[in-house]
Write a protein that binds this ligand. Structure first.
Ligand code: ADP
Length: 673
């Protein structure tokens, strides 16, 4: 379809008029209407950009940022990197001439933290805003702040395929909402009649079978299959290519980790019918023309905060009804279509209607650190679009102080009053360069100083996904002492690493994994992550050379990342512990750490007991030694005899006393007995 005929052009005059009048605008139109490709061009063509000023288009996904830039460059008739460019992490195709720049969310936020006036930026377009990513939310709030203070000429456009615009409209008021209905054809939705068991029949086999069945009933149109990640996609492509009933189709994978040429190949046009197997990048970010059949597995990788582990995870979960509807809609863009859902209609009724916005479900420490890097110390007073819980903010602030990323808060934490905001430290700035949770970023920095970046990067990779250990450590692993990484009985992490190396050596064969008692899929995902972390560490100047592993050095790194979860054994021989701040807990029975007096737990979970009481369970434990506390936290460590309660220094003393109060001193006393 020629671009000028896209439905979004119905709104052209309104878009231009509204932006001239108010400088802010919300555009709501279905996927494929032409929002992402046309609106930036409208701004450019109608002189809404200052001389040499650019429009920055924010995209949640790297793949979409690159592809949209390529498409718009073609439409404008220039080479990519000329008038139209893109910028994603580790890749930049822009020049002096660039006026339309597609970027991923982190890039803009970083630019805002360096230059609070956004010099050279005339307009910002927030695309796919319905996804409500944490960085999108925060960048919008920052953009509004900047527009209100230093840049009244800055234009802000928020776009979305589906959006409950009410709250957003009042947040941005005065601001108009322009709606285009788009054009689409009816899509027939089919469900499975019986619940699928993907443990028994893998999801890729079920999807391939459904493709074959629907292929037998249709004679034209392409297929789009949704899968949660790269691994499931490659298995699905194999299954489809191995199916004789589908031999007339060509099949392509599509996800962000593929090289650009392969991504381009998936969306190109062919004579033959094609099947694209994609992540949710094809849900709304990218329009693929000609699709009339959608096979939806109903799963996606979702970022979430795991309160037990105190970190954000990326796990495979069921998608919401709203997402499923978006996916189904992909089948009706050019002709009537069919969508097959790989779950039952009954199950569908039990699904969440919408995803919670990330600001409500992610740990905020990373984003709080980013805001502080932009000079916003009091994050509670930040104009959030949707304010996170005060508890969540406080927790982030405390953790960052414990990690040494921000200057310590100046009030006692158990007084119940909110802490005074801290400022970012040099360590905090270095931590921001790693795209991992601040706990692991802190550990990596510590590891660089102690010559153990590789094992710590592996530990970070091992803890990202779902725990892959199903049972206790198997006998084979116990027996293979020569493969030992460190002093196993000193950290559960060492054990975890050893089990993973075993699985890796066995190429994650189903057989070996079953024998080892681990999830094949979970452990397979670790390797690529490990490589990725090493690459980034190397790029940031860390020493990633292979070194003899020093168990003590690694354990000190764990202490640096989890010092807020320090615990002391109450009595030798039992599993009872006391954590900092007087919380009681129990060491997990499976833990390899059975003797140590002082330890840190990387997982602290609360489990309801039979009598209704709550028990705190310590998992993934590492033994530490008292002198390390003094070595790593010289300011926070207090020895009861050396504390001077100088009136003028009272506040400082109170802060210093906070971290390991009671615990260490008592531990010392019991060790002396
Ligand atoms: P929206 O943002 O509303 O979902 P887009 O602007 O992304 O819509 O897409 C509008 C139309 O432009 C699509 O229907 C498609 O025909 C075309 N298009 C967009 N991107 C590409 C691409 N990379 N290759 C080919 N066609 C594309």
């Amino acid at each position: 379809m020629p671009p000028r005929e896209l439905p979004i052009y119905e709104l052209e005059n309104a878009v231009v008029g509204s932006l001239r009048a108010q400088g802010r605008l919300i555009v709501q139109a279905p996927t494929g209407s032409g929002k992402s490709t046309q609106i930036p061009q409208m701004l450019f063509n109608h002189g809404l950009l200052a001389e040499r000023g650019e429009v920055v288009v924010l995209q949640p996904r790297r793949l979409a940022a690159r592809m949209l830039a390529k498409r718009v460059a073609e439409e404008v008739g220039t080479r990519i990197g000329d008038v139209v460019g893109y910028q994603i992490r580790l890749e930049s195709r822009v020049s002096e001439k660039t006026r339309i720049r597609f970027v991923t969310e982190g890039i803009l936020l970083r630019q805002m933290s360096f230059d609070a006036t956004l010099r050279g930026v005339s307009a910002i377009v927030f695309d796919e805003f319905h996804e409500r990513h944490l960085y999108g939310d925060i960048s919008l709030a920052r953009a509004v702040q900047i527009q209100q203070t230093t840049r009244p000429d800055l234009k802000i456009v928020v776009m979305s395929a589906t959006l409950d615009a009410g709250a957003l409209k009042s947040y941005l008021a005065p601001c108009e909402v322009l709606v285009s209905q788009g054009r689409s054809f009816p899509v027939r939705v089919e469900y499975l009649t019986k619940t699928a068991n993907f443990e028994q029949e893998p999801v890729w086999d079920v999807a391939a079978r459904e493709c074959a069945r629907v292929a037998g009933q249709t004679s034209s149109g392409d297929f789009l299959v949704f899968m949660p990640g790269a691994y499931e996609i490659s298995r699905t492509v194999q299954a489809i290519q191995g199916d004789r009933a589908l031999r007339d189709f060509i099949c392509f994978p599509l996800h962000g980790e593929l090289p650009p040429e392969q991504q381009d190949r998936a969306v190109a046009r062919y004579e033959a019918r094609k099947i694209i197997v994609s992540t949710n990048v094809a849900e709304t970010s990218l329009t693929i023309d000609g699709v009339t059949v959608v096979i939806d597995c109903g799963l996606a990788r979702v970022a979430r905060f795991d309160p037990n582990r105190g970190i954000n995870t990326l796990l495979i979960e069921k998608i919401s009804v709203a997402s499923a509807d978006q996916r189904a809609g992909r089948a009706g863009r050019t002709a009537p279509g069919v969508c097959v859902r790989l779950w039952t209609e009954r199950e569908h009724g039990g699904r969440a209607l919408q995803e919670l916005p990330e600001v409500k479900r992610l740990d905020l420490s990373e984003v709080v650190l980013t805001l502080k890097a932009s000079g916003i110390d009091d994050v509670g007073a930040f104009p959030w679009l949707e304010k996170p819980d005060a508890k969540g903010l406080e927790r982030a602030e405390m953790l960052l102080a414990d990690l040494g990323a921000v200057s310590a808060v100046s009030k006692e934490r158990d007084e119940g009053t909110p802490p005074t905001p801290g400022r970012i430290t040099e360590v905090g700035r270095r931590m921001l360069r790693f795209p991992v949770h601040p706990r692991y970023a802190r550990m990596l920095i510590e590891a660089d100083a102690r010559g153990c970046v590789r094992p710590v990067a592996l530990m970070a990779a091992l803890t990202q996904g779902r725990s892959f250990l199903m049972r206790g450590v198997p006998k084979d692993v116990e027996d293979a002492r020569e493969d030992t990484l460190g002093e196993e009985h000193e950290s559960d992490f060492f054990l975890l690493m050893r089990v993973w190396r075993f699985a890796d050596k066995a190429s994650y064969s189903m057989d070996a994994c079953r024998r080892l008692g681990i999830h094949a899929q979970g452990s397979r995902a670790v390797g690529p992550l490990f490589e990725q972390f090493l690459e980034i560490a190397e790029k940031e100047g860390l020493d990633v050379s292979e070194q003899r592993v020093d168990g003590v050095a690694v354990r000190k790194c764990v202490l640096a990342g989890f010092s807020d979860q320090l615990a002391k054994r109450l009595d030798a021989g039992t599993l009872r512990c006391e954590l900092v701040h007087k919380r009681k807990g129990t060491l997990a029975r499976e833990s390899a750490i059975q003797k140590a007096t002082l330890l840190v737990a990387a997982e602290v979970s609360e489990i309801g007991g039979r009598g209704g009481e709550v028990n705190t369970l310590l998992n993934l434990v590492t033994a530490i030694e008292e002198p390390w506390l003094k070595e790593l936290f010289p300011d926070d460590y207090v020895n009861a005899t050396t504390v001077s309660y100088d009136e003028s220094a009272k506040r400082v003393v109170a802060r210093r006393e906070r971290r390991f109060r009671d615990l260490v001193i008592e531990a010392k006393a019991s060790a002396d007995e």
